[in-house]
Design a protein around this ligand. Structure first.
Ligand code: GLC
Ligand code: GLC
Length: 636
């Protein structure tokens, strides 16, 4: 009997042999002497055991896993040996400093290439602006080849190796990424790996019965299986189709969690994993720094379950992560799991997704604006904010998606809030069906069967800027102050920083009309951007407010890292938290002045500088905050 270590050694030896088998003896000798090979074999040795373990978890037998490993090792070596030198340097730097992403210097932005800048060359021309704003991270929304007409904003990918011709070419993309790197900005693109478009050649071949692509997707001859699965599935886009499946022209049924043209990949077929790993390595070698793991919760299906958040989904992401550690260790993952908060955190880990969207904080920011009460936000910051070492939240106010009210009913219950009823209230409030609401949003995917609904709308329209509400600017600055100071990476949905309102044209476009998320995907508004230095304009006030906060954050290590401790202000409208034992933040979520009593401030120093106003605030007496005022106090 071999010991486990001996087995691991033997497998490693075997994998290396397979990788090197393509070389002549002479080539082999020189490869083995190369620095690349040394690095590669070190990383293979470190990470292949976890890769093997995770694949074993999912596929469960050596007959499947060993050939997968052989192919993955060979692909990883090919990929690493072709990786550009500067990327290899970044790899080494990030291996040495896994906390780079938690630095207070980090500030993110996200935009659509076409809507923000026309095309990739146009985007390159905007780099001076990104630097002016202070960005160090830029997420370019889906830019790969996709069907014409409807493509779910590019989330239906027809080829991961071709850029959408309307935006440019793959060389343009490589060029933009290099230019961003030179400007100190890392690039984020989506890894849309739960599904492809129906036009991807895998989909076309699979539907046509090509045995090489057999079982790449879930295609069923009739409704028997789909009906059984549908019993337990959540409907994600009920407006587009009921249940989780769409019918093909030849009357068969295909699994489509999202739109009928987005076919879910079948990861129970191990070759789907390997094929996607190949696409991932391709993206990594373009120079992408962070992959946004799109729709990560949905990648594994199992009859009788919701087919969301299954253990195999996690194992697969960890397996992808292990592949990246071997082939392109500088590349990090960001999870996009818009699910129950207990589930959201499960995706975040150094060996899974190093960073992840914080949909709970996002939803609760809007909740707190509506209710003017910090109860749920305070609870979330106290119990659900702190993450494992070396991992970070991506905190955001708005994204290209709808706002879903993903707080936990259990948490709400502790405050006597009934989850279902409260969500109904929030939906009414944000689509202006509530007396006195300042918000001008649009309903998204109202489901009459369940009563579920989500909300669309830009941040500016949701805080009241559309009708010139006197507090709109301060509300927007307040929300951004929270994402910039609670810990983790703040992400600006570009357009927000100049107060861009809802687009009004989307209902007239037949490719957008049935998806109200287009309301908050407006074009770059030249006029507003031109006003950004003029503080007599709303755009200027918002922009200067955000710029000021970014500057404070980037120059002050008090904002470094991810963790916080909540501070109880004893005023139900004012949130309070402490960062790094050195910064005390307050934000007043109401349109009235609010006070924190001297009593509540007992443990604090006598006075502290407020980084926002530049004034000294006495903490040995009552502190009053103006409507929607934020204070960032240096307490040490
Ligand atoms: C993600 C995207 C969303 C898209 C969906 C399907 O959730 O953020 O915009 O509709 O995935 O790809
Ligand atoms: C659902 C999904 C999420 C997706 C969103 C798009 O909330 O859980 O992944 O982004 O729908 O609207």
């Amino acid at each position: 009997m071999l010991t486990q270590t001996q087995q691991v050694d033997l497998t490693l030896q075997h994998l290396k042999e397979r990788v090197l088998a393509i070389y002549t003896p002479k080539q082999r000798a020189s490869v083995e002497r190369s620095e690349d090979w040394q690095k590669f074999s070190e990383r293979l040795q470190t990470y292949f055991p976890s890769l093997m373990y995770e694949l074993d978890n999912v596929y469960g037998n050596n007959e499947t896993v060993l050939p997968m490993l052989e192919q993955l090792s060979a692909q990883s070596w090919q990929s690493y040996s072709q990786r550009a030198k500067p990327l290899k340097q970044t790899d080494a730097a990030r291996e040495a400093d896994p906390d780079w992403i938690l630095s207070n210097k980090q500030v993110g932005g996200v935009c659509y290439v076409d809507l923000f800048a026309g095309n990739l060359q146009g985007l390159k021309a905007k780099i001076p602006y990104f630097k002016e704003l202070g960005l160090t991270y830029l997420h370019l929304m889906p830019l790969f080849k996709c069907p014409e007409g409807k493509s779910d904003g590019g989330y239906a990918v027809s080829s991961y190796r071709d850029v959408n011709p309307a935006l440019g070419t793959i060389d343009d993309l490589r060029d933009v990424i290099t230019a961003l790197h030179e400007a100190g900005i890392s690039t984020v693109v989506d890894f849309i790996f739960n599904h492809t478009s129906n036009e991807h050649h895998w989909a076309v071949e699979c539907a046509a019965g090509n045995p090489l692509y057999d079982n790449f997707y879930y295609i069923f001859p009739d409704r028997r299986m789909p009906d059984q699965y549908d019993r337990t599935l959540r409907e994600i886009f009920p407006d587009q189709h009921p249940g989780g499946f769409s019918q093909l022209a030849d009357s068969r049924w295909v699994w489509t969690t999202f739109n009928s043209f987005q076919w879910d990949l079948n990861y129970s077929n191990p070759w789907v994993f390997n094929a996607m790993a190949g696409e991932m390595m391709f993206l990594a070698n373009l120079g992408v720094d962070i992959l946004r793991m799109d729709a990560v919760a949905f990648i594994w299906k199992q009859m009788g379950t919701t087919c969301e958040n299954l253990p195999q989904a996690h194992a697969l992401v960890r397996a992808f992560n292990a592949v990246m550690r071997i082939a392109a260790p500088g590349v990090f993952f960001k999870s996009e799991a818009i699910v129950h908060p207990d589930e959201v955190v499960q995706y975040i880990g150094r060996n899974e997704c190093q960073i992840g969207y914080n949909p709970l904080q996002m939803a609760l920011l809007w909740n707190t604006l509506a209710t003017r009460e910090i109860n749920l936000l305070h609870h979330a910051l106290t119990y659900r904010h702190n993450l494992p070492e070396h991992t970070a939240w991506v905190n955001y106010v708005r994204s290209h998606d709808d706002i879903g009210w993903t707080f936990a009913d259990e948490d709400a219950g502790q405050f006597g809030i009934h989850g279902y009823d409260h969500r109904q209230f929030l939906n009414r409030f944000f689509v202006n069906h509530y007396e006195g609401s300042f918000a001008r949003g649009e309903p998204f995917q109202y489901n009459p069967t369940t009563g579920d609904c989500r909300v669309s709308g830009t941040a500016a329209s949701l805080v009241g800027l559309a009708q010139n509400d006197p507090f709109a600017v301060d509300r927007l600055k307040l929300l951004y102050s929270i994402v910039m100071s609670t810990g983790g990476l703040p992400l600006i949905y570009l357009g927000d920083e100049v107060g861009t309102l809802n687009d009004t044209d989307w209902p007239y476009d037949e490719n957008k009309r049935d998806d109200s998320r287009w309301a908050h995907r407006p074009r770059y508004n030249e006029e507003l951007y031109n006003q950004r230095h003029d503080i007599s304009t709303k755009a200027g006030q918002i922009y200067q407010g955000l710029r000021h906060m970014i500057e404070i954050r980037q120059n002050n290590p008090r904002f470094d890292g991810g963790r916080l401790v909540t501070f109880y202000t004893h005023n139900k409208h004012i949130i309070g938290y402490i960062r790094n034992n050195a910064l005390l933040a307050f934000a007043n979520f109401s349109e009235f002045p609010q006070t924190i009593t001297a009593h509540a401030l007992q443990a604090m120093p006598f006075q502290a500088a407020d980084l926002i106003s530049g004034e000294t605030v006495k903490l040995n007496q009552d502190v009053e905050l103006r409507p929607y005022q934020v204070m960032w106090l240096e307490i040490a």
